[in-house]
Design a protein around this ligand. Structure first.
Ligand code: ACO
Length: 359
């Protein structure tokens, strides 16, 4: 069978959420925020954070092993590792090689993707292109984030938040944490993985199409000003002092762009693959804000039964949201063999897009 007749199917998926739950009330111990502010605006009730010293490659390993186990495969069965994250273990090298080493791979190539919330979607397209070209038969794709590393406060403040130390919070850190409260409440740590593989059966299963777009003119709507080699040296104590290592988010602009561009991308990919919206069994969206996803659902006119969100429990896990929401949706029986599933995401870059797959 020729390479052009190959498709890429999702063989299995796996998730890892760190055990430490951080509720909105726990955040309110160290910053000026409330559950009453967070839930109506974002839908988020709690998120997970890793313990100190745990990086994205480590949590990615748990998700990857869960996906491999679900498929009855071992790392030796994988031809390529693709790792999407915006919170890598190190400035360089990327976390892909670290994950591969953790899995006992010593020569398997590993590719890193830096496309933030659209990273996993781009990873799906990359894996699909490699598989359809015949370059690889099986790809392990992981999205993993440790956003807690972006939080600048010391361990004594974490102790107050987690109830391990006596409060109240040091007023200096309370004020600093409150200065970033609009962003600090949004993110969580987590990892999700998929094993993607070639399907030459001609049964119609697999990814049917992608639409991916970038508008770099919006780079400053969502970015980290401190750090990076445009500055010499690339990091200074002043950057840390001025909270320059914390992402800047033009929240309302991002909200508006996401609500407009994700439905457009879904319509585009449906048109490109010759499918109608009504044929979609499930649409899985990036989990940045439940209100964004409700807006997308409304614009597309999809019933509640055709969307699924889990941001309420995990916050925004950036590159990990799509595999986490997919894994949970499949586990709950919301999609299965034969289902037509859409994926869409938008994130810093700006990068956005959509994909459609027959499971
Ligand atoms: N708790 C209490 N009050 C808060 C909080 C908080 N956590 N955050 C902000 N406020 C206050 C502000 O200080 C402000 O008060 P003021 O009116 O007295 O000045 C008021 O609430 C409104 O603040 P805004 O920042 O304008 O709040 P907004 O209504 O825009 O909601 C939000 C913020 C939830 C972030 C929203 O803009 C959003 O969801 N945007 C899209 C999601 C997003 O940008 N995610 C970023 C990551 S996505 C990625 O690709 C990585």
């Amino acid at each position: 069978m020729s390479a052009t007749q190959r498709t890429t199917v999702i063989r299995s998926s796996g998730s890892y959420l760190p055990p430490q739950v951080v509720t909105n009330e726990m955040l309110s111990r160290i910053m000026d925020t409330t559950d009453e502010w967070i839930v109506p605006r974002t839908g988020i009730r709690e998120r997970r954070f890793v313990m100190p010293g745990v990086g994205p490659a480590e949590i990615a390993e748990h998700a990857a092993r869960a996906a491999l186990d679900a498929a009855g495969l071992t790392p030796a069965d994988i031809g390529l590792v693709v790792f999407a994250t915006m919170t890598p273990d190190h400035y360089f090298p990327g976390s892909g090689g670290l994950l591969a080493a953790r899995l006992g791979m010593s020569t398997t190539p590993a590719l890193d993707i830096r496309m933030q919330c659209a990273g996993f979607l781009s990873g799906l397209q990359t894996a699909d292109a490699f598989i359809r070209s015949g370059a690889f038969d099986r790809v392990l794709l992981v999205g993993a984030e440790v956003h807690s590393g972006l939080m600048p406060w010391p361990e004594s403040v974490w102790d107050v938040m987690l109830g391990r130390g006596d409060g109240p919070c040091d007023p200096y850190w309370y004020e600093r944490a409150s200065g970033m409260r609009d962003r600090a409440v949004l993110f969580g740590d987590g990892a999700g993985a998929m094993v993607l593989e070639a399907n030459e059966s001609g049964d119609g299963r697999g990814f049917l199409g992608f639409v991916m777009k970038t508008d770099g003119a919006h780079w400053d709507k969502l970015y980290v000003p401190g750090g990076g080699c445009k500055s010499r040296p690339y990091f200074t104590p002043a950057m840390f002092e001025s909270l320059g290592t914390i992402p800047i988010v033009e929240g309302r602009q991002v909200f508006r762009l996401a609500s407009q561009l994700m439905p457009e991308a879904v319509r585009d990919v449906l048109a490109k693959t010759g499918h109608r919206l009504e044929e979609l069994d499930l649409l899985l969206m990036h989990q940045a804000n439940l209100r964004i996803n409700e807006s997308v659902q409304k614009i597309l006119g999809l019933p509640d039964s055709k969307v699924f969100n889990n941001i309420q429990k995990y916050g925004n896990t950036t590159a990990a949201t799509l595999p986490l929401v997919y894994d949970e949706a499949v586990e709950l029986g919301l999609a299965g063999p034969g289902s037509l599933v859409g994926f869409t995401a938008l994130g810093a870059g700006l990068h956005w897009g959509a994909a459609i797959a027959r499971l």
